[in-house]
Design a protein around this ligand. Structure first.
Ligand SMILES: Cc1cc2nc3c(=O)[nH]c(=O)nc-3n(C[C@H](O)[C@H](O)[C@H](O)COP(=O)(O)O)c2cc1C
Length: 347
C-alpha cells in the first residue's frame, strides 16, 4: 500500500502547491472522519500491530506518534488516529488566532525528502481548537497539545500567554508540549535558556498539579542548541519533572545544497535526521533515564524509528515521513520493529 502511495498518490499531490495540498488533506480528513464507514475502512487498511508502551503514565498502543504542526487546529484527530498512530500531538495552538507568516511559507525539497517551513504558528486560536476537540471526543488515542506563543506577545509576557492557553486546552490534552523551538517566531528560541524556561514552566506545572488529573509536560527543543543550553534544559527537566522532545526543525542548511540556503524557516525530513539524532543522543545521555524523551526528526521508516529508540527515545514522532512515505508509514514502522524484536525498555 505504501508503494502505491509513493508511485501514484504522491506524484499527483506533489504536482500542487504544498500548503494547498496540506489544507485539502486536512479538509478531506475532516470529511472522512464524519462518515463512520470511511473511518472504519481507513482504520482497517492502516491497522498496525500493537506494541504497547507506557510512558509518563500514558498507556499507548505503540510508541509512534504524529508530530506537532500537521493538525494545527485539532480538527482531524479522529481520522489521524485511524492511521495507526499510538498518540497524536496537535497544534501548535496559540492563545489568540493568528494568520502566521506571509505565503509562500511551505516548500518541498522533493529530491532531498525534506521540507522547509516558516508557517509561524498560523492557527485559529485556543478557543477554536478546544471547540473542535469537544466535537471530536472521544478520540481513540492519547492526544498531546502543543502550546506556543502569539507572535505579538513579548518574550517577557510569554509565561502568561502560554499559561492562559494551557488553561483553555487543559481538559483536552493527555499531555502538553511546550514549544520553545519553532524558528519562525521571533526570539522564541531564547526561551530555552535556564531561567526563562523555569519562569515559563513553573506556572504551568503549578496549574496542572492543582487539577483533578495531573498531566505530563514535555518541552520541545531545537536541534541547534549548544551543549550548555542542552545541559541546562535537561537539568531543569529532571528538577521540575517534565519530559523532552528532541527535536524541532533546524535553521542549519549544512545538509542541503546551496540553492536552499536562501529559504528561511525550519528544515525537516531526511536532512534533519542525523543532527536531531545527535541531539537526542546527547539529551538521553544527560538525562540518564530521569525524564521521558521523544525523538523527532527524519523518521521515514522502521530503521530510522529504531535508531531513535536505541538512542534513548521512549517515543518517536513523525511528520515529513508521513508526507513522503504516506498514510501507511506507522504500519510499516511497527512491522519493522516487530521483525527486529524491539521491546519497550530494550535499547
Ligand atoms: C509544515 C510543518 C509545520 C510544523 N509545525 C510545527 C508546529 O506547529 N509545532 C511544532 O512543535 N513543530 C512543528 N513542526 C515540526 C515537526 O513537528 C517535527 O518536529 C519536525 O518536522 C521534524 O520531524 P520530521 O523530520 O519527521 O518532519 C512542523 C513541521 C513542518 C514540516
Amino acid at each position: 500500500m505504501g508503494f502505491l502511495y509513493r508511485k501514484l498518490v504522491r506524484k499527483l499531490l506533489f504536482g500542487f502547491n504544498p500548503e494547498l495540498v496540506h489544507d485539502a488533506v486536512i479538509q478531506g480528513a475532516r470529511a472522512a472522519q464524519a462518515v463512520p464507514l470511511v473511518n472504519s475502512v481507513v482504520g482497517l487498511l492502516a491497522r498496525a500491530r500493537e506494541l504497547p508502551v507506557t510512558v509518563a503514565g500514558m498507556r499507548l498502543r505503540n510508541p509512534i506518534g504524529l508530530a506537532a504542526g500537521f493538525d494545527k487546529n485539532c480538527e482531524a484527530a479522529r481520522f489521524l488516529a485511524g492511521l495507526g498512530f499510538g498518540f497524536l500531538e496537535l497544534g501548535t495552538v496559540t492563545l489568540r488566532p493568528q494568520p502566521g507568516n506571509p505565503k509562500p511559507r511551505l516548500f518541498r525539497l522533493s529530491e532531498h525528502s525534506a521540507i522547509i517551513n516558516r508557517m509561524g504558528f498560523n492557527n485559529a486560536g485556543a478557543w477554536q481548537a478546544a471547540r473542535s476537540l469537544e466535537r471530536l471526543l472521544p478520540i481513540p488515542v492519547p492526544v498531546g497539545i502543543s502550546i506556543g506563543k502569539n507572535a505579538d506577545c513579548s518574550i517577557e509576557d510569554a509565561p502568561k500567554n502560554y499559561l492562559e492557553t494551557l488553561k483553555i486546552m487543559y481538559p483536552y490534552g493527555d499531555y502538553f508540549a511546550v514549544n520553545v523551538s519553532s524558528p519562525n517566531t521571533l526570539q522564541l528560541r531564547s526561551l530555552h535558556s535556564g531561567e526563562k524556561l523555569r519562569r515559563l514552566l513553573e506556572p504551568m506545572l503549578d496549574f496542572a498539579s492543582g487539577q483533578k488529573r495531573a498531566r505530563p509536560f514535555f518541552v520541545k527543543i531545537a536541534p541547534d542548541l549548544q551543549q550548555p543550553e542542552l545541559e541546562a534544559a535537561t537539568e531543569l527537566a529532571a528538577e521540575l519533572g517534565f519530559g523532552l522532545i528532541a527535536t524541532n526543525t533546524t535553521v542549519s542548511r549544512d545538509a542541503v545544497p546551496k540553492r536552499w540556503h536562501v529559504y528561511e524557516g525550519g528544515l525537516s525530513g531526511k536532512p534533519l535526521r542525523q543532527l536531531s539524532s545527535e541531539v537526542l543522543g546527547k539529551t538521553a545521555a544527560l538525562a540518564r533515564g530521569r525524564v521521558p524523551i521523544m525523538g523527532s526528526g527524519g523518521v521515514f521508516d522502521g530503521a530510522t524509528a529504531l535508531e531513535k529508540l536505541k538512542l534513548g527515545a521512549d517515543l518517536v514522532q513523525v511528520y515529513s515521513g508521513l508526507v513522503y512515505e504516506g498514510p501507511f508509514i506507522v504500519k510499516e514502522i511497527l512491522e519493522y520493529l516487530h521483525r527486529e524484536g524491539w521491546r519497550p525498555g530494550a535499547r
